[in-house]
Each structure stands twice: as structure tokens, then as C-alpha cells.
Write a protein that binds this ligand. Structure first.
Ligand SMILES: Nc1nc2c(ncn2[C@@H]2O[C@H](COP(=O)(O)OP(=O)(O)OP(=O)(O)O)[C@@H](O)[C@H]2O)c(=O)[nH]1
Ligand SMILES: [Mg+2]
Length: 308
């Protein structure tokens, strides 16, 4: 059964642009320069993500009030949805947070009355438009949004953008969402989280053969402001060939702009051809620690794949 994903939100917040860049590989720069026509009605398209089949419903922002009122339309969009993503953008939030808050509440109520099976998530989109200094303090922004929204249950908020330097956030949001549906990636995330959590200020990533992040460990005590820079580094690492970049299983040091980080990479495609690299970043420079993580992970991955 394909997983049903629903994108809802006001007009022009960026729903169709997200769909086109992430699932259809359209050039995001072009989409920012040449905007799309507003969506009418509800359109559904089928995509695949790793081994997962998805049907993505993109809705019209202008028609959102009717969608929330008209039972037939509502059913078409919401019924049997596995994931409902409400997209709101930075400019609207900055000028109109109360309306957004009311809208989210209304949708939240609707879901908890009729579509309780669905996961309800929020995308705070167009983060490229946030002043860079403020963007580096996303944690503060997240707390502020959650405080204002004051939802009965804290909802997961992802910060997204189709800007080329920040699009990794959007890929990553979907990876995290779909990871829970894919047995294998969710098992690998579990293994990775379990091992990395014992090492302070360290994060692990697994990339796919298409160079997107498919697993990211919990952030814990890692400097959250570095995440965007890490995503850019990961893109560089996974797009380059081994001899021009980091040598597998050797500790390398990279300048993330504000900090020097140590990094170690390993190849994972012998386990599954859909995977590419395992990448571990650390704010510490302990060689032993990084080697130990790689050793421990190899043991666990071997165990996992031998059992399968
Ligand atoms: N700066 C910036 N602009 C974006 C981003 N994503 C989309 N946009 C712009 O936002 C505008 C609206 O994008 P759409 O994808 O058509 O928005 P939509 O939510 O599908 O709108 P409707 O179909 O009317 O509901 C376009 O001008 C896009 O170029 C982003 O990450 N950053
Ligand atoms: Mg649209």
C-alpha cells in the first residue's frame, strides 16, 4: 500500500515548489525565479522514495477554507492520509501568526475528530528569507513558535526551504518522516542513535546513492547552528569521488566556517546498493572516539545484515 501524504497550507506558501524540487528533481533556483501557477483543486501524484511508494496530494491554498468546510473535498484530501503536512511560510508567520495559529488549531481539531490515524506535522518554510543571524538560532524560533501555537501536544516542526543552500533541510525532513515507514532505514537509525549517543558532540548521517540524507542521528548536545553547514558538507562529500575528498575510514578535519570539526566516512553500499556513505562528524578531536564509533557500527551493521 502506498503511503498517502497530504500537503496543505495557505496560497503561495510553497507547497507545489516543495513537491517539484524534492520529488520531481526540478531546479529550485528556477522555481524561485519563475514561480508556478497557483494550484487549483487537489492533485495527486505517485513517487517512490527508496523502497517506499508514495502518493502525494497537493492542494490549493486559495481553496483551503472550502477544503476545511466541504465534507466531500475534505474526505478526498484527508481520508486515509498517513501524513498531513501543514506548510506555512516565514513571511506570513511574521505578519500574521495569530491567523496561522487559528488555522493550525482548526486542522488539529479536524484531524483529532476524524482522521486520528494520520501524523500531523508542520513545515515552517522559506527559512532562506530569515535574517542569517536569526536563522542560526532556529532552536529559539522553534520554542517561540511552539509557545505561540500552544498546541495540546507538541507537534514536530521542520524548518524548510528550496533555496539551494538550504534545501538539504527539506530533504532531511522527508527522510525523517519516511524513515519511520521504511523498516531498514528506521532500524539503521536505531543502531546509529544507540551508538552515537555515548559520544559527546557527535552526529552521524547515512546518505543514499542519490546523495540525500536518509538517516540523521538525534541532535542532543551537538551545536544546532552547525546543522545547515553540515548538510552542505555532506552534499560536497557525497558528490565527490573518493580520491578528491576524504579518505574512507581516516579522520579528516573540515572547516565548517565557525568551527573545525573532525569527520570520518565509511562506505555502505556493500550492505545495500541504495546506500552510499556513513558520515560521522564530531566537535571533539579524539581520534580514538571516531575510530571506535566506526568499529562499533561495523559490528552492529554486520550483525544486522547477516541476520536479514
Ligand atoms: N524564498 C523562497 N521562495 C519560495 C520557496 N519555496 C517557494 N517559494 C516561492 O513561493 C511562491 C509560491 O510557491 P508555490 O509552490 O506555487 O506555492 P503553493 O503553496 O503551491 O501555492 P498555491 O498553489 O496557490 O496553494 C513562488 O513564488 C515560489 O518561488 C523558498 O523556499 N524560498
Ligand atoms: Mg501550489
Amino acid at each position: 500500500m502506498p503511503k498517502k501524504i497530504l500537503l496543505i497550507g495557505r496560497a503561495s506558501v510553497g507547497k507545489t515548489s516543495i513537491k517539484k524540487t524534492i520529488f520531481e528533481g526540478e531546479n529550485s533556483k528556477d522555481l524561485i525565479i519563475h514561480p508556478l501557477e497557483p494550484t487549483r483543486g487537489i492533485t495527486s501524484s505517485i513517487y517512490s522514495w527508496m523502497d517506499l511508494e508514495l502518493v502525494l496530494f497537493d492542494t490549493s491554498g486559495q481553496e483551503l477554507p472550502f477544503l476545511l468546510e466541504d465534507e466531500k473535498k475534505q474526505n478526498k484530501a484527508f481520508n486515509k492520509a498517513d501524513v498531513i503536512i501543514y506548510v506555512f511560510d516565514y513571511p506570513t508567520w511574521a505578519s500574521n501568526s495569530q491567523e496561522i495559529k487559528d488555522e493550525i488549531k482548526e486542522i488539529e481539531n479536524l484531524i483529532s475528530r476524524n482522521y486520528i490515524e494520520a501524523k500531523f506535522l508542520l513545515f515552517f518554510h522559506k527559512i532562506d528569507l530569515i535574517n542569517k543571524k536569526f536563522r542560526e538560532k532556529l532552536k529559539l524560533l522553534k520554542n517561540q513558535i511552539q509557545e505561540i501555537l500552544n498546541l495540546p501536544e507538541i507537534k514536530k516542526i521542520y524548518f524548510t526551504s528550496i533555496h539551494p543552500l538550504l534545501i538539504y533541510n527539506t530533504y532531511n525532513a522527508f527522510s525523517e518522516i519516511f524513515c519511520s515507514f521504511l523498516r531498514e532505514t528506521s532500524d539503521l537509525k536505531h543502531i546509529l542513535d544507540n551508538i552515537v549517543k555515548d559520544f559527546p558532540k557527535t552526529m552521524g548521517f547515512i546518505t543514499s546513492k542519490n546523495n540525500s540524507i536518509i538517516v540523521q542521528t538525534e541532535i542532543n548536545d551537538f551545536d544546532i547552528n552547525l546543522i545547515n553547514q553540515l548538510h552542505t558538507k555532506i552534499l560536497e562529500i557525497s558528490q565527490s569521488t573518493e580520491d578528491e575528498t576524504l579518505i574512507s575510514k581516516k579522520i579528516n578535519y573540515i572547516d565548517s566556517g565557525s568551527k573545525i570539526l573532525s569527520v570520518i566516512i565509511d562506505n555502505l553500499n556493500h550492505f545495500n546498493p541504495n546506500f552510499k556513505n556513513l558520515i560521522i562528524f564530531s566537535e571533539n578531536f579524539s581520534k580514538e572516539n571516531l575510530n571506535l564509533i566506526i568499529e562499533k557500527l561495523e559490528i552492529e551493521f554486520n550483525k544486522y545484515y547477516n541476520k536479514k
